[in-house]
Design a protein around this ligand. Structure first.
Ligand code: HEM
Length: 210
């Protein structure tokens, strides 16, 4: 890519993000899943906990990076223990799709001082896809605060998303961490199935065009 090319902008930008989300279209909306299962690290070893989740994924306006064009979703998930109100876990971030290459980017932060940039690839009509991140790489990655680096060093993150025939979707994620004074890596896994609560709100540019 030449110097001039990094400043070019895509010519054809469709204002309607919902029509250009490829495999991420299945995720757009507000969702609820009450059958979540979390395997997390406790002092005596692995603990299994059920959880409930509300997740909101709303279309954002098309985004450009020089010649790249992304369509995407702004994302917030909130998990509680069954029947409780207080936050058990939360994630805030974006899902992005590049139609020209099939690139999927999942970037999010969790409120324990940790950020993840995960990537994957899929066809526009894929009904399942995977993203992953590895600590220490510069292209994708995981960054954690000093305490986590020392005590729960998080080395890998994998997430598989599957669109279900009933219109819902499911995920399985595996967060691999090296816990201080433990010989083997710990697989902190989470899974859930989401059902639609309400459809997505079109992105600002699409609303303006109507
Ligand atoms: C549905 C998703 C998730 C749920 C429900 C969840 C829940 C939990 C729970 C209950 C713990 C035990 C310690 C505590 O109570 O604070 C924990 C620990 C931890 N989680 Fe998660 N987690 C999820 C996803 C993730 C992801 C995606 C990451 C990072 C990429 C992550 C990183 C960590 C780390 C580093 C710890 C150890 C920190 C500590 O115990 O102080 N978790 N998680």
């Amino acid at each position: 890519m030449s110097h001039a090319d990094i400043y070019t902008r895509p010519a054809d930008i469709d204002a309607d993000t919902l029509a250009n989300l490829g495999p991420l279209r299945a995720l757009a909306g507000v969702w609820r899943g009450v059958g979540g299962v979390d395997l997390n690290p406790g002092p005596e070893g692995a603990r299994t906990s059920p959880f409930e989740e509300t997740v909101e994924l709303q279309p954002i306006d098309p985004q450009t990076n020089g010649p790249q064009l992304f369509y995407g979703l702004r994302y917030h998930s909130h998990m509680t223990k069954p029947g409780e109100i207080g936050t058990y876990h939360g994630q805030l971030g974006y899902w992005l799709w590049e139609p020209a290459t099939g690139l999927i980017i999942h970037s999010f932060t969790i409120p324990r001082g940790q950020v993840v940039l995960a990537e994957g690839r899929a066809a526009a009509d894929a009904t399942t896809f995977e993203v992953k991140a590895t600590r220490g790489t510069t292209r994708d990655g995981i960054c954690s605060t000093g305490f986590l680096e020392a005590a729960f060093r998080t080395d890998e993150f994998h997430m598989t998303v599957t669109a279900n025939p009933d219109g819902g979707w499911s995920y399985f994620q595996d967060t691999v961490m090296q816990i201080r004074d433990r010989a083997e890596p710990f697989h902190h896994t989470d899974r859930n199935t989401l059902s639609l609560v309400s459809p997505p709100t079109p992105n600002p540019l699409a609303r303006g065009a109507r």
